[in-house]
Design a protein around this ligand. Sequence first.
Ligand code: AVI
Length: 323
Amino acid sequence: MSQLTAIKQCNITDTEFLTDVLSGLAQQQKTLPCKYFYDDKGAALFEQITSLKEYYVTRTELAILEDYSKAIANMLPENLSIIEPGCGSGKKVAYLLAHMSNVNTFVPFEISSEMLNYSLAHLSPLFPELSISPLLGDFTHSQMVKQLTKDTSLDSQTNLVYFPGSTLGNFAPVKAIEIMNNFHRLCGVNGYVLIGIDLVKERQVLLDAYNDKAGITAAFNKNLLQRINNELNGTFDLDNFSHESRFNEQHSRIEMHLVSKCDQSVVINNQRVDFIKGESIHTENSHKYTLESFKQLAGQANLNLERTWQDDSNYFALCLLRP
Ligand code: AVI
């Protein structure tokens, strides 16, 4: 039987969806935080995105894991604990665990207790010998991570912080450094960090990955407006917005936007927001790195790049870092 320790929890403050939405839409370049994409419908749409032909990200990372998890395991010591911030369903770590005999504990670290329970239910029968020690909290919240590392026995083990999926790319550089600092804290002085990053590549490949022919990414983007309608009494007409993916050369990132097709007004919780034709709401950034730019970024969190594993086309990299 796998061992399961009690879920450790740190207080999570209200997400303040309404405040974030209204303040984002009050800016000159209207924005909405991408973390709100993932209600049930958004999570299901993202799951569909991961198997789209144009969206190479997930299958490329999984292929790298398939090819190199033995090599990755060989770089790591015995009796390892894997901590996965934002582990979701636990699907990705299962690939890693399947090839590693040196792991005795898995620490799923999630903001959603439902997802934590789901990952436990998924992983326990697959890895009956594994001890699973869930943490409920927000890995982007530095104070919370500080508190959790104090309250737990994480530093009595050798830890690998595993952060796949190119999720780091969804954060602006300053926040990405802060998050890697949190990983530094979580892994401890003798620990390891394994991060999946999406690499710079031909522009059209990037644009298509975020604007697929079947319109799933467009539906994912527009679902954010639907969520505002559902949860904040919004009056968005989804047909009055079109989805766009743009490449921002200066910041080396894909941006997703929702462009207003006409002059229009929308009401959210009794507050009016005006749009002119052609004006956009910037909904997501997905930064694309070179190995050098990523090395520099990680260096600012005092993490050194030790090894990388890539696919043959150099689309994606798994990067092993150490304090
Ligand atoms: C979750 N994240 C890594 C995805 C990405 O590629 O930036 C989110 C996404 N947005 C549109 N397609 C996928």
